[in-house]
Design a protein around this ligand. Structure first.
Ligand code: NAI
Ligand code: 15L
Length: 300
């Protein structure tokens, strides 16, 4: 039987999920190209039989070379945690723009984009969301994933590159805490979901929740899974007794869907000013500086 793809590219191949996905992706193509930053790629045990091509996603020229001859991309590469804007701007925002521009020029047919639940992380946990609910990113990282979903939409409407954006929850061997009873995506279900997203016919630009069939889910599938042919086999509930007592500290991180990411940032505030020293005895007074008068709005 013919394989679905000639050349498939996996970015972020040396990362946690890349190492899970590389072996099954080998079975879907004649050539699998694995990419990551040079250091991680060189030091990670990856399946023999796949090509390796190191590339910093922020390097426009290198990304164009990386996409040469590629039919489809599973895009996992980039910063995978909340943090300051500068590095996320480079790896996730510029990196994604480079990827889609190179995909357009190289005639790539489909991208499976690892988006994230942090696109909607500011929704309260009491809400069960469907895809009509507006994005409410919970930080720089979630914002970069929302940018990716926007790029996917643009490159489908203008250039007919298909994308499935997977809003992945918590993809781990077992759920790590009580929140993950809602967000968990088992690793076998991750493989099922990515395979379905790659091979389903006519996906256009689709967004799908990336979770197992969790009884306590924060999100409701609206039929997208069936269209993709994804049938989750796992349910975090089987791990409930082990983790339901593991709660995040009281505060937004416990109330909102994004969890611990809500406890991070802002990052760029100047350090608090040191208290001013008392004026020297007998010297010129050096009290606090006069406030700068504010101009009324509308004046130059
Ligand atoms: P990870 O951090 O283990 O892997 C990401 C890989 O991207 C790393 O190997 C890193 O070296 C590489 N990378 C970082 N900056 C790069 C750059 N400038 N150029 C090229 N490569 C770069 O993350 P993980 O857990 O494997 O996640 C994979 C993807 O799935 C990420 O995009 C993440 O945002 C997304 N995701 C993961 C979830 C999870 O539960 N693991 C949940 C939601 C989304
Ligand atoms: C993500 O997007 C992260 O990449 C992953 O490390 C987890 O934090 C996950 O979300 C989550 O929300 O559990």
């Amino acid at each position: 039987m013919a394989l679905p793809f000639h050349t498939l590219l996996l970015t972020g191949a040396a990362g946690t999920l890349g190492r899970v996905l590389a072996p099954p992706l080998l079975g879907l193509c004649s050539r699998l190209r694995l990419s990551d930053l040079p250091g991680p790629l060189a030091h990670t045990d990856l399946p023999a039989g796949a090509e390796r091509q190191a590339c910093d996603l922020a390097d426009t020229t290198a990304v164009h070379a990386l996409l040469h001859g590629v039919d489809a991309v599973v895009h996992l590469g980039g910063i995978s945690l909340e943090g300051p804007f500068g590095p996320i701007l480079q790896a996730n925002i510029l990196g994604l723009h480079n990827l889609y521009e190179a995909a357009r020029r190289q005639g790539v047919r489909r991208v499976v984009f690892a988006s994230s639940n942090h696109v909607t992380g500011c929704w309260p946990r009491a809400n069960t969301l469907d895809l009509s609910d507006r994005p409410r990113p919970d930080g720089n990282y979630g914002l970069s994933k929302l940018f990716g979903e926007g790029l996917a939409s643009l490159y489908w409407d203008r250039y007919r590159i298909e994308t499935v954006c997977l809003r992945i929850g918590t993809a781990t061997p077992t759920p790590p805490d009580a929140r993950a009873l809602a967000t968990w995506l088992s690793l076998p279900d991750l493989v099922r979901l990515v395979t379905a997203a790659l091979t389903a016919p006519g996906v256009g630009c689709t967004i799908a929740w990336g979770m197992s069939a969790n009884s306590r889910a924060f999100w409701r599938d609206d039929g997208t899974w069936a269209k993709l042919g994804y049938q989750p086999q796992d349910n975090a509930e089987t791990h409930a007794a082990a983790v339901q007592h593991i709660l995040q500290p009281a505060g937004p991180q416990r109330e909102l869907q994004g969890g611990i990411f809500l406890n991070m940032g802002p990052y760029d505030d100047p350090p608090p000013e040191a208290p001013s020293a008392p004026p020297p005895q007998g010297g010129a007074a050096s009290g606090p500086a006069e406030p700068v008068p504010r101009r009324p709005l509308g004046q130059a």
